[in-house]
Write a protein that binds this ligand. Structure first.
Ligand SMILES: Cc1ncc(COP(=O)(O)O)c(C=O)c1O
Length: 338
């Protein structure tokens, strides 16, 4: 960021746009080491909510005869709001995702890989294959997944996915999100907001909208360069450490945490099986909101409350130590038992 501010911007001014223009795609290529995407399959841009909005529209465009969108009743709020908003605006119906949901008339299922409360990992390959057999697409939300567990979009059959870079990818506050579109779909997708960064001949100015045939189709307007370079470094850091090592540490940290939870007699819904959980822990208590406030004010332990009764502790493998896990849970147990 210092280099971009002091050299590329202070000295080179707008001529830096010559190489900045392609940064959403260049940073996107770095996601290959994180999610197994190929070069040219990811663009890093805007926030997750906007990427979900675009992704649902893209999927609807690919399945024009289908008028149903599926999302779980307990899916992360923004995913549900976006789905409900699009359905309302386009006169579509929303169906709740359950193990038996009929997908035969569904255009797209929007689903998180990892539950934002319990950290449970769903069976991505089975769910994607089942949807495809029924003619539906799945838009996967990898916000709690990318940078936390090993994931391979191609091995799992994933065609559309989005996620953020500010959780496990170290991008910092306001770092942009990303969209993955499998290469075979890219030239067919139509997105709802037509912006000049998707335009093939961007600086021809007067021409009608004729977008690129590649991942740049998802782009909109001028990227926020400082957030984008922060995301680039954040993603690169995870790439350098390597997802196998990061995932191994994540499993070990959460295993240790579950042991501490048992030691103090706390209640959790985070799966015991290492490959079925991400990198956060859910501790249930009826007084969760007050506990999270007290953890921060009395001990500087920063947790999240996830209503109705979850104290959520995020264990980011690159930065969280085993001693932090012990300290956080020991303080939590002390508050519960005082
Ligand atoms: C699973 C999930 N989806 C979407 C979002 C929303 O992301 P954004 O604020 O980038 O739109 C979040 C944010 O925490 C999230 O956890």
């Amino acid at each position: 960021m210092k280099q971009v501010i002091e050299t590329e911007w202070a000295a080179d001014l707008i001529s830096s746009w010559e190489h900045w223009l392609d940064m959403p795609r260049k940073v996107g290529d770095r996601m290959g080491l994180i999610i197994g995407s190929r070069p040219g399959e990811v663009a890093v841009h805007d926030n997750t909510t906007l990427n979900i909005f675009q992704g649902v529209h893209m999927a609807l465009g690919l399945c024009p005869d289908r008028k149903v969108v599926v999302v779980a009743a307990d899916e992360f709020p923004t995913d549900r709001y976006v789905v409900e908003g699009i359905a309302h605006d386009l006169g579509l119906s929303v169906r709740a995702l359950t193990p038996d949901t009929d997908l035969s008339d569904v255009a797209v299922v929007v689903r998180s890989v990892i539950d934002y409360r319990t950290a449970e990992v769903c069976d991505v390959a089975a769910c994607t294959a089942h949807a495809r057999e029924q003619g539906a697409l799945v838009l996967w939300d990898l916000s709690h997944t990318a940078g936390a567990i090993e994931f391979d979009v191609h091995a799992l059959g994933v065609e559309l996915a989005v996620g953020c870079t500010y959780k496990f990818l170290n991008g910092g506050p306001g770092a942009p999100a990303w969209a993955f579109v499998a290469e075979h779909l890219q030239s067919q997708i139509q997105q709802p907001i037509k912006g000049w960064f998707a335009q093939k001949d961007q600086f021809a100015m007067e021409k009608p909208f004729a977008p690129h045939d590649d991942i740049r189709r998802v782009l909109l307007g001028t990227p926020n360069m400082l957030s984008l370079v922060a995301a680039e470094e954040g993603i690169a850091l995870s790439g350098r450490a390597g997802m196998p090592a990061i995932a191994k540490k994540g499993q070990a940290l959460t295993k240790f945490g579950l042991g501490v939870i048992d030691h103090f007699g706390l209640t959790t819904s985070t799966p015991r099986e290492a490959t079925r959980r991400g990198c956060h822990l859910a501790v249930h208590h009826h007084n969760a909101a007050q506990l999270v406030t007290d953890l921060a004010s009395q001990f500087k332990v920063i947790a999240d409350v996830r209503p109705p009764d979850i104290v959520r502790l995020g264990l980011s493998p690159l930065t969280t130590r085993y001693t932090d896990v012990w300290d956080g849970l020991e303080k939590l147990s002390r508050l519960i038992n005082q």
